[in-house]
Structure formats: C-alpha cells, structure tokens
Design a protein. Sequence first.
Length: 383
Amino acid sequence: MMTIRAKNHPVDEAGSGSTGMTEYYEILGVSRDASVEEIKGNYRQLALKHHPDKNPGDKQAEEQFKLISEAYQVLADTEKRELYDLYGHAGLAGMNVGGFSGFEDIFGSFGDIFEEFFSFGKRPAQAERAQPGADLRQRVVLTLEEVVRGLDTSLEVERRVSCRRCGGSGLEPGAQRQSCPRCGGRGQVSQPRGFLKIFNNCPDCLGAGTLITSPCVNCGGGGTVKEKKQLQVRIPPGVDSGTRLRLRGEGGAGARGGPAGDLYLEVQITPHPIFSRKERDLRYQAHLSFVEAALGATVTIPTLNSKRLLQVPAGTQPGAIFRIPREGLPGLRGKSRGDLVVEVALETPTRLSSQQKRLLEEFLKLPAKPEDKRPKKRAEEVG
C-alpha cells in the first residue's frame, strides 16, 4: 500500500505553507495551479485506493482516507482554496475543515462525488436509442460445377420485419409510452452495498425508462412480426466452403427506427465423386496400367465441362504429376482459373490369362536396358 506522508514545509513567498501542518497540494499530488478537474481526478484515484471498503481493518488506510478527503474539501472549494493559498492553514481557522468524526461526516460533505465515484454501473437517463436489427445467417450448398459458372437461386428467408400496424413503435395507434414508476423514468434502480451503490437496469422497463401500457394488438408491443420472404440471389463463380456473402438490409428489422440487419450466406461445397479441390486447382487421379506407363499412352481425362486427351510419355512413374491449364476453378472477383492437376496411379492386374502370364515371364528373362539419362518428355494435351 502506498503511504502518504505529511511533510513540514516552510512558508514560501506566497505564504501558502505552514510549518508542522500537512500540505494539501502534495497530499493530492497536484501542483498549485492545478485545475478543479485535475484535483478531482487525483482525489478519485486516491480515495478508491485507500477506501476502507477496499482495506478492511486497516487503520492506517482509514487515516489516510480522512486526510485525502480533508485536502479535497479545501482545494475543491474556491473560497477555501483562496484563503489557503494566501494564509496557509491559518486562513482556514474557524472553518469546518477536517476533524471528521467518522465516515458519515465524510460522505455527508462529499455526497455528490461519492455517489458519482462509488456508484458502479450508473449511467444517466437517456432517450431510447435506435437499435439496428439482428444479422441473419443461411447456408447455401453448391456443387463444383456451380462454382465454375456461378448460381442464380431463390432463397426463402424467415425474419422479423417492422409491424405495419404500429410502425415499429409497439404502441396501439394513438397511444403513448408512460414513464416507468419503479425507476422514475431513469431506466435504472440502485441497491445499497455499504458505502457503495450498485445500479442495474430496471426490471420493469428493462432500462428504457418508459412502459408500453397499450401494446399493439398485432405485434404484442414488440414492434416486429415474423415474415417469410423469397430472395433472388446471385452466387458469383469461384466461391469456396466458408465463403460468406452479405446481403445488406435483408436481416431482421431494427428497433425504434434503427436500420435493418444484414443477411449472411455461408457457402458449403459438396464433395465431388472424382475431383478434389485445392484453392483454384482441381486434382484428379488417372489410373494407368503398367504397360501404358511403360510404353506411353494417350488417355482421356474428364473435366468439369467436358473431356480432354492427355499424352502420357513412356516411362511414366507412379505419382507423376501433369497439369492441364485453365481446367480448374475460377477465382473470386475475376481472378484467372486454376489448373486440372492429374496424378498418375498404376493399376496392377489381379487376373492374368495364361498367355499374359507367359509373356510377362519371358519379359523377366530379358536383360535390363541401361537407364536412359536423357530428360523425359513432358506430358502433352492432345486435342
């Protein structure tokens, strides 16, 4: 705990000091030309730090709290501060300064500032503010084919809209809101906690400060009603799972004249039976026999739109990767299309005819050809 020490100060040129007495400016940690707001701010910090409720049973904190309050009582009062600046403590003789008999005296002298400082949750009564409507979310499921070309679709959205009978006020036509009798229109009620006051929203008016005594028969006083609406939506090409699209103003209705919320469309892409996706590229696994891989072959590769022929060079190994440009997916906002990435997988036959088996056995007996060190040709798209 910080200790505030009262120091002896000789009389300065302005005559504001007084030997053997506490110096109020130093107690509050402010200069002699400090503004009232600066004095008040420092007092708040020190009072909270040394308040007895935060230091139960601490006599030193209690005495320091009284000393802080005495200094504030003088420096926050224009007349007392002028006398103190001119004559020091002698100028305050005969005035009610210090000497508090207890904390009831302190709170009596500083009622307004303690109410402001030690009233947690309090806020001034305000007119009801406009509140924006709730944002809504709806899932949209697309196939990879629809990702390529985009999707025009119709969605049914259930949302809350402003009541047409009362215009969103919640009142019967011609009726008016009444001031809440429980909180007196302030919107909050207080509960004492020792020296403190705890403020909470009024349970009757829920913080509004007013009550609806004649609610609208259509919306029950809520100001909004549920409604279903068909929306025509364009999903752009290139979306991916997790993409969120916002439709402004298509969410729930706002309260008390507030704007409507937004509708967020959350995109989900269904798995494809033969293609997988990595950003804008599509991946496809082409199954070749070991003869096709060894001798080379022209294979048919499916795409999302049609089919392409791919020339696989002789000696292709399992796991080899070939690319067919611009057969992937488009990117959002006009980005170029990705590629179709083809990975070679070898298929080993499980059933062989007697002739096939004989030929393979003869192949094993042939001497191995030295490895060709020349670079292998790249696969080429045909047609």
